[in-house]
Design a protein around this ligand. Sequence first.
Ligand SMILES: [Mg+2]
Length: 252
Amino acid sequence: MSSIFLFDVDGTVTPPKQKIDSNFKIEFLRWMKDREVYIVSGGSFPRIIDQLGTDIVDGCAGVFACMGNIFYEQLDQINPSGFDEWQIIYENKFRSPRGLKEKLKKVVEESAYHTKTGKHSQHREGMINFSIVGSNATTEQRREYAEYDLQNKEREAIVGALKKQYASLDFAIGGAVSIDIFKMGADKSQIIDRHFDEVLEGNRILFVGDRIPFPGNDCSLAVTLRQHPNGSAYEVESWRDTAELLKTEPFA
Ligand SMILES: [Mg+2]
């Protein structure tokens, strides 16, 4: 039975929204050689490439971007430019329910948090990424908000309120500052049904993520895998934990 390794990116392989540590990158490249590795991230494909670099991404068998709402696989042949080419295998669109846009605007206005930098709702494949601090925020402003949220549990409260109003939607607290909004079931767990269903019968699938406890954005995939005898999920707190994990069984 062969092993397939799935990795979240933010907080698992890289610091949230940042590039991979340069020493860990060397270690990871060495580790992934001859292993079947997939990325399962909330971020877009270009952002994943920016964070991990083309060498790691090209070493992957596939990339599930935007919470598994868009799946890229490498073409078998190498094109004349010398770069591996990627193709989209499937993608989901997110259709915003009536009034959601206005509602999210109101949530930002009504938040007691002091810094709001703009670009609070961002449409991605199959989802909206929403934050009170806004995606114009600097790393420092993001860190400040993350601390505020840890103490005030603002994101949990927002998710609780939105859930009551939008039964067809699901919400996940991902990254350090944002909330992912998507159609019920269009979360990371969808990659099992859409890609690994049969694979899971004959292979071990191991997933590493930093947001496995509910309502984190790795929760649904971890739960789905743990329900299957060949699936498992490993919780880390940062890429440093992941670096250590790779030295231990069954990763080593
Ligand atoms: Mg993460």
